[in-house]
Structures are given as structure tokens and as C-alpha cells.
Write a protein that binds this ligand. Structure first.
Ligand code: GLV
Ligand code: MN
Ligand code: MN
Length: 414
């Protein structure tokens, strides 16, 4: 039986783990950073080694083609991402890229040919950790942004996405070719689960039915910076006190919204001037809101907006709320899910059908083509942290299922 190679999967993941800006404190590989460039170089060399035709497109997506016998037919796409959150883990995104690469290697070694071409895709900036927009590479590829938007995204040092693209040697003048629905037959992505469902039940594989939607809000509260000792309590317009009141109220806002599956996180906060003896004059913080039910996101958003307005008024603050990202929940293709499920059954693999709480580029692609996702367990459910871990034998099993599903979708000939 055709199987992928666990040792090669392990080797690749351990090599990529070393490309981090925070050695000893997890993986920090922001998109188009030095660490990301090194990871790209390594992967591109590996792809060329097995004869893939590699292209890099603005804003930094890597697309590597394995030609099928009938290249005029729509291709089957497979991949994930290699950027990380700050102090994240070695498996998020990388497991899917390496599983796809390994599936291609296994096909090549076994002289397997398919009717449809296959394309390994590595999406630029899935996490939104550098330029502030999650699912960025897939959003550009699917035409949600174009070449003129490269100027609009900036990192925390003021470097624009356009400048980072120029530094990578990309052409920033020619329009970005938007992926057309008739070019692509289907997209597959393997990913680590990032929660406890599979690990708790001892099941090695998940087949994904839907992905929770995600909205990012940015709240700015402006008060008056003033002396911490000399200003009486009742005279203060303390932006951080307002922010703290909002943040502390989020669990009860969710409870009262009647949407039991909604989750929300404040993960980033900037306090200005951030000095011990100065009353905070301005605070900016993000609110990440997610649910598989769009209604849940809407209800929590409007309750949050109402509450921020009230807190601002009570504390004498100005407020602003902007949407920094918005991806609706999606249900994935039943056709592709059936293919993955049949292949799992044929191979006698144990699996669970489930919903993804985390976001993935696959959700953007699902607007354009039939998409399927395979999950492998995260040990203790840990993810977006240095402790993130998945057993290599589970990734190998996932890579096998990915390979079988790809061969079905791309129509294996020999
Ligand atoms: C990406 O990992 C996300 O779900 O935020
Ligand atoms: Mn990911
Ligand atoms: Mn992630």
C-alpha cells in the first residue's frame, strides 16, 4: 500500500522549527521576515528537487505545480502556511505544507501520474501577525485585494507590504492574477486541530465539515493623560480603566447574547504612554470574535459596540471601533468530504467529523472551489504557544489520507 514517509516529515518539520526569531521561546516566523525567507528557501529547494515548477506571486504566495497528464484540466490545490504567531508552535500550518510536500514526493517515488495537475500552495501571512490581516495570501489570491492594496498594509515598524514585496524581488506593478473558479477543481488542507477533541478521544484524524467565522475589532479609547498622584479619582479620564471595564464584561456579554458557541478574546492591548505615574491617555485593543453561526458574531459585535459606547460615556472618553478583518463562517464541500471519508474508510483509518474553531486559508478558497480539510490531533489541545505538538505518526497518517484523497480528486492514472 502507498504510504508517506514519517522520517522525512519529522526531518522537515524539525528543520523549519529552527527558522525562528525567538530561539528557545517557540516559533516566531513573521511573513517575509528573515526567518520566513530561510524557510522559503529550504522548501523551494525541496520542491525543485522533485521537479515541481515553482512560482512566487505577490503578496508572497508560493505556488508549485506538478503537471498532470491533461494539464488543460483544472488543477487540484493543496497546502497551508508557514508563518506563525509570535512565540507560536512548530506545527500550525507547517504540518499541512509538509504533509502536502510528502504526498507529492511519495507520488513521484512511485511513478504515479494523475490526469489533473496538482499545485502545492504556501499562503503568505495566514496569521496576520506582521501586517495585521489574517488569511492575507489567500485573500489576495481570490481577488479580495489587488496590487493597489499592497501600500495599505504596514507592519509595526512602518514597512509596507509593498516594500516587503519589493525586498523579496516580487513584481509590484503588474496586477495580481486572480484565481478563477474554472482553473481549480478542489483544494485540500491538512492542519493540526488546535483543540482537545481528537486528543481526548484518542482519534487520529478529523474530517472538517465547517470552519467558524472570525471578526477582528480594534477599539480605541481616548481620555486624558495626567498626573497619577495629583489628579483626584473623580476627575480622571482614564482610558485604561475604560478598557479594563470592557474587557472584564466580555464573558457576560457573550452569556447574555444567547449564542453559546461564540468565543471572544482580547489578545493585544497598547497603553499610552504606558508609564507608572501617568494616567493612561489612550488605549487600543483588539477583540477577536468567532462562531460557526454568523448570528452569534453579529449579536456579540453589536452588544460590544453598545457597551463600549456606554463605558466611554461613563468615563469621559472618546471611542472608535473599526473592523480589522471579517471572515464569515463556512461549511466545506460535501463532495470533497465524501471523497476524504471514503478514502479513510478504505484505508481503515479511524476519524471524526468535526468543526474547526480556528481559521484557515481554506475558508477563503471555499468561496471559489470545493474545499476539504483533514485534522490531526494537537497534544493536550495546545496551539499558538511553544508547547504546540502533534505526534509525527499522526501527521504521517494524515499525510496518507491527504495523498489518497488527492489521487482521487486529481484522478490517478497509474
Ligand atoms: C489562525 O490561526 C487563527 O485562527 O487565528
Ligand atoms: Mn494555521
Ligand atoms: Mn494559527
Amino acid at each position: 500500500m502507498l504510504v508517506t514517509n514519517e522520517q522525512r516529515i519529522k526531518r522537515d518539520i524539525e528543520i523549519l522549527k529552527k527558522f525562528t526569531a525567538t530561539p528557545g521561546a517557540g516559533v516566531t516566523r513573521l511573513s517575509l521576515s528573515d526567518e520566513d525567507r530561510k524557510a522559503r528557501e529550504y522548501l523551494i529547494a525541496e520542491m525543485k528537487e522533485i521537479g515541481l515548477l515553482v512560482k512566487i506571486e505577490s503578496p508572497g504566495n508560493i505556488r508549485a505545480r506538478l503537471r498532470g497528464k491533461e494539464p488543460e484540466k483544472p488543477f487540484v490545490m493543496v497546502g497551508s502556511h508557514i508563518d506563525s504567531v509570535v512565540k507560536g508552535g512548530a506545527f500550525d500550518g507547517v504540518a499541512g505544507v509538509i504533509a502536502a510536500l510528502e504526498a507529492f514526493r511519495t507520488m513521484q517515488e512511485n511513478n504515479i501520474e494523475t490526469r489533473h495537475s496538482l499545485e502545492l500552495v504556501i499562503f503568505m501571512e495566514e496569521e496576520g501577525s506582521r501586517f495585521g490581516r489574517a488569511l492575507m495570501g489567500s485573500s489576495f489570491l481570490c481577488g479580495k485585494f489587488g496590487i493597489d492594496d499592497l501600500d495599505k498594509f504596514r507592519d509595526s515598524n512602518g514597512i509596507t507590504l509593498k516594500e516587503a514585496n519589493v525586498a523579496l524581488g516580487l513584481d509590484v506593478d503588474r496586477p495580481i492574477k486572480r484565481l478563477q473558479p474554472d482553473e481549480v477543481k478542489a483544494m485540500l488542507e491538512l492542519h493540526v486541530e488546535q483543540s482537545v477533541v481528537l486528543d481526548n478521544q484518542g482519534i487520529p484524524l478529523g474530517i472538517i465539515e465547517g470552519i467558524a467565522g472570525v471578526r477582528w475589532l480594534e477599539v480605541t479609547l481616548r481620555g486624558v493623560a495626567d498626573h497619577a498622584g495629583a489628579t483626584p479619582m473623580s476627575f480622571r479620564q482614564d482610558a485604561l480603566r475604560g478598557a479594563a471595564t470592557v474587557i472584564a464584561a466580555i464573558p457576560s456579554i457573550i452569556n447574555s447574547s444567547g449564542s453559546p458557541h461564540t468565543v471572544s478574546t482580547v489578545g493585544k492591548l497598547e497603553c499610552n504612554p504606558n508609564v507608572t505615574n501617568v494616567i493612561p491617555g489612550e488605549v487600543k485593543f483588539t477583540i477577536d470574535i468567532r462562531d460557526i453561526d454568523k448570528e452569534g458574531i453579529e449579536k456579540v459585535t453589536s452588544k460590544v459596540k453598545e457597551f463600549v459606547k456606554k463605558v466611554a460615556k461613563d468615563n469621559g472618553l472618546n471611542h472608535e471601533i473599526s473592523i480589522k478583518g471579517d471572515n464569515a463562517p463556512v461549511y466545506l464541500s460535501k463532495k470533497v468530504l465524501n471523497v476524504i471519508e471514503e478514502e479513510a474508510q478504505k484505508a481503515d483509518f479511524q476519524y471524526l467529523k468535526m468543526i474547526s474553531g480556528a481559521a484557515h486559508d481554506s475558508m477563503v478558497l471555499s468561496e471559489l472551489t470545493d474545499v476539504g480539510m483533514i485534522f490531526v490531533p494537537s497534544i493536550n489541545g495546545r496551539s499558538h504557544c511553544p508547547e504546540e505538538k502533534t505526534n509525527y505518526r499522526d501527521i504521517k497518517l494524515g499525510a496518507d489520507l491527504l495523498l489518497y484523497s488527492l489521487l482521487r480528486l486529481a484522478e490517478r492514472i497509474v
